[in-house]
Design a protein around this ligand. Structure first.
Ligand SMILES: Nc1ncnc2c1ncn2[C@@H]1O[C@H](COP(=O)(O)OP(=O)(O)OP(=O)(O)O)[C@@H](O)[C@H]1O
Ligand SMILES: [Mg+2]
Length: 426
């Protein structure tokens, strides 16, 4: 019997690699929809896994939909998935077009465009920060003067990801630069509008959920470690977090309402929330996809749930195994550069081994590195697992302290000692 083919929209990155590997291991033919440029970055291992590819242009979604659907029909594709935030809408439309299990295409924009998300969540009664869509300077002034926004507030682009262009603004003086940073995300086209949002104070978590036939199972609550200050950059994630029962109930209630409002019927979701001191939960955003940042790896090692197999089963319309099979703890640390410049040396990076199941170093010696301002500025990451949360966190921090990074300032940038490498402990 020939198994249905599995089509990944954009197969780049570790999460897509895990999915492709899981599908191929089960005997499915794996296909990728990719741009010509992205395909040049696919490594030999991934290329070896692929039975075929359809090269398209995701910036022209109507045409991409037709091209990919035609390819899928020709190749007996029975599941369409993506882990790419930007392609969740196209994936929903493709699943609908092909009659495959997927999300509601009519609601898919609410999971991608934060202006639509704020409107949809507010209408559905999901607690979400008060949000104003700003189109020009006068709109920005009006938003900043709106008492429902107040200070601090958050300025962000409506449809970027990876914290790019997001700034927490303490007072009126910082607003103009924050707006420029958010608009800067559209340098290559797109919607030049920005969002000004009320600030939700509290502790950040994400909820990793899988929905099958409209029934949502929460796999884990993840604690997000995020920098303070104007640029909120993720420095690590840990799971599972056990919240007090009343808080957990509030978090799941808001998450479920958000998942429903975003039209998620078959697939993963990653809901980011802030829990205030009063225990109230505010939904910051939702992605109709598995979390990035190695959270899938954390779930696998802490809970023994094979998220890749589960995602495949859901996309194929088969019952997925979602019950934990182990009770451990896992954390990931993101390694960042202390300053911008040229990376001259990096040592002490952990290797995979017992208690360290995943290591990824993506910065090459000699490459340009940045102060952390977005997730794309990470030099690498590593995962630490074990039975005890405190022990795992300590081991991860100790491992991070052992990493030595040397960065030489670019000649046109001011540095601490011009022309000489700066040495740090990170
Ligand atoms: N309204 C808010 N109140 C408080 N903090 C916020 C708010 N909006 C954003 N932040 C902070 O900024 C971070 C990035 O914002 P957001 O999640 O909206 O952007 P993103 O680009 O989608 O990020 P990512 O893709 O990394 O999740 C959040 O994780 C949070 O720390
Ligand atoms: Mg986010």
């Amino acid at each position: 019997m020939t198994l249905p083919g599995v089509l990944l929209l954009d197969a780049a990155g570790p999460e897509a690699g895990f999915l492709a590997t899981a599908a191929a291991a089960r005997g499915h033919q794996v296909h990728a929809a990719t741009t010509a440029a992205a395909y040049t970055g696919y490594g030999p291992e991934l290329r070896g896994l692929l039975a075929g590819r359809v090269v398209t242009d995701f910036d022209r979604p109507g045409r991409a939909l037709d091209e990919i659907a035609a390819y899928a029909r020709r190749h007996g594709v029975g599941a369409v998935l993506t882990v790419n935030e930007y392609l969740t809408g196209l994936t929903a439309h493709l699943c609908a077009e092909l009659g495959l299990p997927g999300n509601d295409p009519a609601s898919a924009r609410a999971a991608r465009d934060k202006a639509a998300m704020a409107e949809t969540f507010t209408m559905a009664g999901v607690r979400t920060p008060y949000t104003v869509l700003v189109r020009d300077q006068a709109g920005l002034r009006a938003a900043l003067a709106d008492p429902r926004v107040g200070f601090p507030c958050v300025v962000k682009p409506p449809s970027a990801a990876g914290s790019a262009g997001v700034t927490v603004v303490a007072g009126p003086a910082g607003a103009a630069e924050a707006a420029r940073a958010a608009v800067g995300m559209y340098a290559s086209g797109g919607d030049p509008h920005i969002l000004v949002q009320a600030y939700a104070a509290g502790t950040e978590y994400s909820i990793e959920s899988l929905t099958q036939d409209g029934t949502t199972t929460h796999l884990a609550v993840t604690r997000k470690q995020v920098t303070a200050g104007p640029k909120r950059v993720e420095t690590g994630h840990s799971l599972p977090v056990r919240l007090p029962p009343a808080v957990e109930a509030a978090v799941y209630r808001e998450t479920e309402a958000a998942v429903r409002a975003a039209g998620i019927r078959h697939g993963a979701s990653h809901t980011e929330v802030i829990v205030g001191e009063d225990g109230r939960c505010t939904v910051i955003e939702l992605g109709a996809r598995l979390a990035a940042g190695q959270i899938g790896v954390l779930i696998q090692h802490a809970l023994g749930i094979d998220v890749w197999a589960a995602l495949l089963d859901i996309a194929l319309g088969r019952p997925a195994a979602l019950a934990p099979t182990t009770r451990r703890y896992a954390t990931v640390r993101f390694v960042t550069s202390p300053r911008a410049g040229r990376l001259t040396s990096l040592s002490g990076f952990p290797a995979t081994g017992p208690g360290v199941p995943f290591v990824r170093l993506r910065a090459a010696i000699g490459s340009t590195v940045h102060e952390p301002g977005a997730n794309s500025h990470r030099l690498g990451s590593f995962v630490v697992t074990g039975l005890d949360a405190a022990e795992v966190e300590e081991r991860a921090d100790a491992q991070l302290r052992r990493i030595r990074i040397e960065v030489e300032p670019h000649h046109d940038e001011p540095g601490p000692v011009p022309g000489r490498p700066a040495r740090t402990d990170r």
